[in-house]
Ligand binder design. Sequence first.
Ligand code: DQA
Length: 159
Amino acid sequence: MKVVVIQGPNLNLLGHREQNLYGSMKLEEIHTQMENIAKQNSIEIEFFQSNLEGEIVDRIQECIGDADGIIINPAAYTHTSIAIRDAIVAASMPVIEVHISNIYRREEFRSKSLIAPVSTGQICGFGPFGYHLAMVSITQILGEIAAQRKMKKTQAENK
Ligand code: DQA
């Protein structure tokens, strides 16, 4: 099983940008923690960060046929990007949307996510710990999918 973690614009500045909202952890530190959880669960994991909408769309498209699940913080594009939303629909796999801050208790324009209606679930407002929660969630979801596939295979073999 393979998970791709996609980080949107300005998340490369974590640890430096608005620490009151996003905490002091750097993106690399968050990714190291996620990598540890992935290892414990025998999940392959890849990380990608971009400040460009089209690059994020490209990376989601590359997941088709290559990955089993996506964890994405689309950052500011959450509130504007129909292109990222459409790419997620096209990818047709479990997608966990993460926000470090609670987007519902900030400016009005942040309370609308174009991504949430096409995601499996959203984790928001738990600080960098949200990425840990996302890893636990995707591990559970992929585990269930694998178990279902195995059951179907056994049923087909026993027919
Ligand atoms: C964010 C919330 C967005 O509104 C904002 O533009 C970000 C980060 C978060 O993780 O809380 O860049 O996605």
